[in-house]
Design a protein around this ligand. Structure first.
Ligand SMILES: C[S@@+](CC[C@H](N)C(=O)[O-])C[C@H]1O[C@@H](n2cnc3c(N)ncnc32)[C@H](O)[C@@H]1O
Length: 205
């Protein structure tokens, strides 16, 4: 079975597993992802686009005063995100949209955020090019991504298990986020790798 899923197939997978995503968030919390989200989102300002917002795991960490638009392809994931925004008292503009064809004008946002998604986009370079396009000159694209570990053994394990892992939710865990960012024409200005080199915080312009 090919794990090169289309966006429609990814949408279906996330719709089906949205109710179980809270469990995945707990695993992420356990390995320290919450702290990484908080660190990244401190750098947000102005008008913000969050691409592939999922269930809204980033929402608690946005600084006050941001004007947030959030997009995702999965209505079920977005429903959970809407509930979370309501609980947090956040007024977010939600739109169902494919990250690879964003329906916004060029240079529309001050900050573009995407977390734990470059692994899943069917065409990650297309999605990153879109983020670059809708971010204003002088703005920031902020990414928190996971990829192939720089630990030889862990990286090898990810390679061997790539297909089995990707079969579940289309997550290609041995992609190289930094290389993809550069291939998309973004210019990383601050990067940090943690957790066996698996997680990348990337601030790009
Ligand atoms: C692993 S979840 C990450 C969610 C969230 N960003 C987070 O940090 O928890 C991946 C999300 O990407 C969304 N997604 C995948 N491909 C997409 C695309 N082409 N356009 C928009 N959303 C997409 C999925 O629906 C899902 O909500």
């Amino acid at each position: 079975m090919s794990t090169d899923f289309t966006t429609e197939e990814i949408k279906q997978k996330y719709d089906e597993s949205a109710s179980k995503y809270a469990l995945m968030e707990r695993v992420q919390e356990f390995i320290g992802v919450r702290r990484l989200r908080r660190r990244l989102l401190r750098r947000v300002s102005g008008t913000v686009l969050e691409v592939a917002c999922g269930t809204g795991a980033n929402f608690p960490y946005y600084p006050d005063g941001c004007e947030i638009t959030a997009v995702d392809v999965s209505p079920e994931m977005m429903d959970i995100a809407k509930q979370r925004a309501e609980k947090l008292g956040l007024d977010i503009d939600f739109q169902l949209m494919d990250a690879e064809t964003l329906a916004f004008p060029d240079e529309h946002f001050d900050t573009v955020v995407s977390t734990l998604t470059v692994c899943t986009y069917p065409d990650p370079i297309a999605a990153l090019c879109e983020m670059e396009r809708v971010c204003r000159e002088g703005g920031r694209v902020l990414l928190l991504e996971h990829g192939r570990s720089d630990n030889r053994l862990v990286g090898r394990f990810q390679d061997v298990r790539e297909q089995a892992h990707a079969k579940q939710l289309g997550c290609h865990w041995n992609r190289e986020p930094l290389e993809l960012v550069e291939q998309a024409g973004l210019c990383p200005i601050a990067t940090r790798r943690t957790f066996l080199g698996i997680f990348h915080e990337i601030e790009a312009k």
